[in-house]
Design a binder for this molecule. Structure first.
Ligand SMILES: NC(=O)c1ccc[n+]([C@@H]2O[C@H](COP(=O)([O-])OP(=O)(O)OC[C@H]3O[C@@H](n4cnc5c(N)ncnc54)[C@H](OP(=O)(O)O)[C@@H]3O)[C@@H](O)[C@H]2O)c1
Length: 268
């Protein structure tokens, strides 16, 4: 049986790691890419312990997606180890909330660099290989904050809007080569990223985001896999994201009034 190979940036933690676990059960060879070697090794051992078939290949690669030449070499190493890429999932990302006036300008550079350019560089490294083989699926992780701008996310939200614009542009361009593109809008999901945001989240942001629940990384990963299998372009885990994804332009004027009310109430 021909083996499929999934490359997952940010596969050492949170949503990316949960996706890797599911794909492993579906007999994919897996390559996880992230920076921290200790976290990578831990994730690798966890995947190994869950591996249903010893002939499956699991690779771990320490690489920074913001390094545009480095990521080309990393993808090449992954392909040498585990075969041509059938699926790319760009999960690598980070979030830094805060009041606009208090956020250093460097945070804006960082958000665009990791969340947007890191996605572009990885997709560039993989798309040409998929084009040569005439098939493949590229799945980019945006965010609910990539559909509507939120108080406290002036640095993060635009980087996720950019991912959405990139995915929308690329979809039709890559379709002619047999490559599918999807974009994912996760809601608040219980991962190290979400926990890392807490110390920086302004109270107004907490009030707004606290109005919707938090999903587990496993639930979000399962919805992403379902969306991949049904070849959906927009994948929106959970009911709130489904509504937001299909009607954000219509409901945004109402949401703006509601969010302004919540901000005012929090300040009081
Ligand atoms: N959790 C949420 O509520 C939520 C909501 C909407 C969207 N998202 C998005 O979902 C994606 C996954 O997030 P998560 O919540 O699962 O976060 P997470 O658990 O913190 O995982 C982030 C992963 O990205 C890797 N990473 C970060 N910067 C990197 C870089 N420059 N180069 C390579 N790898 C890098 C991390 O490993 P290293 O740090 O070791 O590199 C880690 O493996 C992100 O794009 C995030 O913005 C999350």
């Amino acid at each position: 049986m021909e083996r499929r190979h999934a490359i997952i940036t940010g596969g050492s933690s949170g949503i990316g790691l949960e996706i890797a676990k599911i794909l492993l059960q579906e007999s994919y060879n897996i390559s996880i890419i992230a920076r921290d070697k200790i976290k990578l090794q831990k994730a690798y051992e966890e995947l190994l312990s869950l591996c249903p078939d010893p002939s499956l290949i699991i690779g771990q690669f320490s690489s920074d997606v913001t390094d545009k030449t480095g990521i080309i070499g990393t993808v090449r190493s992954a392909v040498e180890k585990a075969g041509p890429p059938d699926l790319l999932i760009t999960c690598a990302g980070s979030a830094r909330p805060g009041y606009f006036q208090e956020l250093p300008a460097e945070i804006f550079d960082q958000m665009i660099s990791v969340n947007y350019l890191g996605t572009v560089y990885t997709v560039k490294a993989v798309a040409s290989l998929m084009q040569d083989q005439g098939h493949g699926h590229i799945v980019m992780i945006s965010s609910g904050a990539g559909l509507i701008g939120l108080f406290g996310y002036s640095a993060y939200s635009p980087s996720k809007f950019a991912v959405r614009g990139f995915a929308e542009s690329l979809r039709s361009e890559l379709k002619i080569y047999g490559i599918s593109v999807s974009v994912v809008y996760p809601p608040d999901t219980n991962t190290p990223q979400l926990q890392g945001e807490f110390p920086y989240k302004p109270p107004e942001t907490r009030t707004i985001t606290g109005k919707t629940g938090v999903l587990s990384a496993e639930t979000v990963a399962r919805e992403i896999i379902k969306g991949i299998k049904t070849n959906r372009f927009s994948i929106a885990p959970g009911i709130t994201m489904k509504i937001l994804c299909s009607a954000h332009s219509l409901i945004n004027p109402v949401l703006r009034i509601y969010f302004d009310y919540l901000v005012k109430k929090t300040i009081k």
